[in-house]
Write a protein that binds this ligand. Structure first.
Ligand code: CO
Ligand code: CO
Length: 392
C-alpha cells in the first residue's frame, strides 16, 4: 500500500491560482482549500497589487483562547500581527455573573459591547467612583492606570477591548488577586489593620476571570463616595448618536470631541450595504486598526513607490493600515458589512481622495491624470465616507 500523501485532484469547486489572462497554474496541494476560498484576493491578487507590503490581517480565530470559569478571552497584539504597534485588541466573553477581576494597567482601555450587558466599575485618583451598566453598542474608556472591573449581567456579554499600545497583553495586567498573592501576610495585616487570619483563603495566583453570582440592581450596588462620582463619564452610547448617512451606509464617529474622556483612542463605526464601499481615503494622524463585526469585505492598501496589497476580511478579523497609506473597503458579500476603524489619537480625521481632487484646480487634476470631464464633473466637494453608485 502506498502511504505517501497524495496530491488532491483538481475540482471545479476548488479555486485555482490562475488569473483570467491565464497567468498562474493549478495547485494540486497540499493546500488549505477553505482558507483559499476565504481569501480569493490572496490566491489571485488583482493585477494592480505589487511589492512587499507586510501582513495586514489576523483573525481572532487564529488567536490563543484563554478559557476560565466565568468566560474566555483571546487577543490580537503585535505578537500576532507585528505591524500593529499602535493598538492591541481583546475579544472577551463573560457568562452571567462572570467577572473580569479588579485590575489596572499602564495602557488606556477602550471597549465596544458586542452583545449582552455588563456592569463596569472604576475609581479615580480623587477617590471618586464610577459604576454603570453597559449594553450592546455602548462604549467605555478607562484612562491608563485607573483600576476597574467588568461583570456580566443576566444575559452575559461579549465585547471588544482596545488598548493604546500594540504590545499590550490583557493576560499581563496588574490584578488585585496577584498583588495580594505576592504581598507578605503580615504586611496585608498591617495595611488593613486586621489579623493575618483574614487572608487565609485569598487566591494563590492571578484570578483573571472568575464565576460569581449575577449582581443585584445598579441601585443595590451603589457605593457612596464622600468625594462624589467621576465627573467625566467613562461610558458612551454610540447608537444614541446621529450617524453620518450617505447612499450605501452610515458612519458613527466617536473621539474626545463627543466622548471627552477618550483622549487616546478615536473610532468610527462603519456600515456598508451590499455593493457599497468605504471611499478611497487615508488618515493624516496615525495607523488604523480595524475590527470586522459582520459580513465580508476586501481592502487594498497602497503604500507608495508602486506597492499595493489586497486582503479579504470577514467577521472576527482584525485589519491594519499603516499611517497615511491609501485604502478603501468594499462590501464583497450579500449582507451588511459592519466594521470599526480605530486610531491611537484624540481625534478621528481622514482625507477623502474625491474631495481632495474636487478642491484642486480642475486643469491640474485633468493634466496630472489625463482624465476628462466625465470624472471632473462628478467630483464632490462634500465628503461622503461611504459611497454606492448605480454604475459601480
Ligand atoms: Co482592563
Ligand atoms: Co481608513
Amino acid at each position: 500500500m502506498d502511504n505517501r500523501p497524495m496530491a488532491q485532484a483538481a475540482s471545479v469547486n476548488v479555486p485555482q491560482p490562475i488569473r483570467s489572462d491565464g497567468a498562474g497554474a493549478t495547485d494540486f496541494g497540499p493546500r488549505d482549500v477553505m482558507r483559499d476560498i476565504e481569501n480569493p484576493d490572496m490566491l489571485v491578487p488583482p493585477v494592480t497589487d505589487a511589492g512587499l507590503i507586510p501582513n495586514l490581517k489576523f483573525s481572532f480565530s487564529d488567536a490563543h483562547m484563554q478559557l476560565n470559569h466565568g468566560g474566555w478571552s483571546r487577543e490580537v497584539t503585535a505578537r500576532e500581527l507585528p505591524i500593529a504597534t499602535t493598538l492591541a485588541g481583546v475579544n472577551m466573553r463573560l457568562t452571567p455573573g462572570g467577572v473580569r477581576e479588579l485590575h489596572w494597567h499602564q495602557q488606556a482601555e477602550w471597549a465596544y459591547m458586542l452583545l449582552g450587558r455588563a456592569r463596569i466599575t472604576s475609581v479615580d485618583q480623587e477617590g471618586r467612583n464610577f459604576i454603570a451598566d453597559v449594553g450592546p453598542g455602548d462604549l467605555w474608556y478607562f484612562p491608563a492606570g485607573l483600576p476597574h472591573s467588568i461583570q456580566g449581567l443576566e444575559e452575559g456579554c461579549e465585547f471588544l477591548l482596545v488598548f493604546d499600545d500594540g504590545n499590550f497583553s490583557d493576560l499581563n495586567t496588574l490584578s488585585i488577586s496577584d498583588w495580594f498573592a505576592h504581598t507578605p501576610k503580615d504586611v496585608l495585616s498591617a495595611n488593613f489593620g486586621v489579623p493575618e487570619s483574614a487572608f487565609s483563603h485569598i487566591p494563590s495566583e492571578q484570578v483573571y476571570i472568575f464565576q460569581d453570582n449575577i449582581p443585584g440592581s445598579l441601585e443595590s450596588q451603589t457605593v457612596q463616595s464622600p468625594y462624589g462620582t467621576i465627573p467625566q463619564s467613562f461610558k458612551h452610547q454610540l447608537f444614541a448618536q446621529t450617524p453620518i448617512k450617505t447612499p450605501g451606509g452610515s458612519v458613527r464617529i466617536v473621539d474626545s470631541s463627543n466622548f471627552p474622556i477618550s483622549k487616546t483612542i478615536a473610532a468610527a463605526l462603519v456600515e456598508l450595504e451590499p455593493g457599497a464601499m468605504r471611499e478611497l481615503h487615508w488618515h493624516p494622524n496615525n495607523d488604523e486598526w480595524q475590527y470586522y463585526l459582520t459580513g465580508q469585505g476586501r481592502m487594498t492598501v497602497f503604500a507608495g513607490n508602486g506597492t499595493a496589497r489586497t486582503f479579504d476580511y470577514r467577521a472576527g478579523d482584525v485589519g491594519y493600515v499603516p499611517f497615511a497609506n491609501g485604502h478603501y473597503i468594499q462590501n464583497t458579500g450579500n449582507q451588511t458589512l459592519w466594521f470599526l476603524e480605530m486610531f491611537k489619537s484624540d481625534r478621528f480625521v481622514d482625507i477623502s481622495l474625491n474631495q481632495w481632487m474636487a478642491l484642486t484646480p480642475r486643469d491640474l487634476v485633468r493634466d496630472n491624470l489625463h482624465v476628462g470631464p466625465e470624472l471632473l464633473d462628478a467630483l464632490r466637494k462634500e465628503k461622503w465616507p461611504v459611497v454606492k453608485y448605480p454604475t459601480a
